[in-house]
Design a protein around this ligand. Sequence first.
Ligand code: XIL
Length: 321
Amino acid sequence: IGTGSLKEKLPFPVGAALNVGSLKNNTNYRNLVIKEFNSVTAENAMKMNALHPSIDTYNWTDADYLVDFAKTNGKRVHGHTLNWYKSLPTWVNNFNGTTAQWEDLLKTHIETVVGHFKGKVASWDVVNEALEDDGTYRNSIWVQKLGVGYIARAFQYARNADPDALLFYNDYGHEYSATKRAAIIKLVTDLKASGVPIDGIGLQMHTRYNQTDANLTAAITTAAATGLKVHISELDIALNPDNSPTLTYTTELADLQAAKYKFIVKTYNSIPKSQQYGLTTWNVTDADSWIPPTYNRPDWPLPFDHLYQRKAAYQGILDGV
Ligand code: XIL
């Protein structure tokens, strides 16, 4: 696979979102993860639809597999995600309950999941994507049933279930919408000021090779200015953000991508050490990226190619420190 590794060379934790099926069945994938990373996130295995298939049933199989893998191989686990408007089990979408019953549903899910992984999961994305790009609260099922106060209570439920786990608010768009960025910063600042147990802010950073350096800098430095820990939680850099069905992968694009990875790492490495929770890519290689199937287009967003080989982007990451 090559000598050295990201985890040896970067001065902060470096992780990837993992697919549990690939971890079990694909030796190349598994070995690459073992070699390169010291932090892991479940791509899907800790979402509500995966863990909580019916009101009284939890399915821990895949998530426990990932946590056991992490323990065996000395990786930190970041939990994703206790609350989201997507990846909900059908029973939640169909739940016909009073406000008190909805609150109990939220509380029980968070307490059960955080309690199950207590001492094994270092940190959680407690609430994911609660805001819209225009800075308003997303009109999710949680807002509809519980009002925006559910966010603060979700953090409190998580803190009560594992006082040692670090708690994050995770969202996207910091780098492309100044309006959304301001709304996210206001949300976490208000939560902190009112005594809600929040430790960090997750910048998903699903970005693109031609995003401006100024915007990326604004995203990272405004997050750091809150004093919270900052996790670049879902990094990938699209080469085909405009959805061309026929784009080809060129050296030129690969080099532009490498420069952007380098810039993000360099900027992240310039915030105070104590706030650098780590940098996590969303997936491992271009072969397992969520982007092509989700957006139905060719793309090459990650530091490893389809054959699990290091790309220019990999060197770009190393050059950032
Ligand atoms: C995505 C997964 O990668 C897909 O496999 C799944 O079908 C949908 O969710 N923001 C998030 C992640 O917070 O949970 C999403 O993951 C990608 C966008």
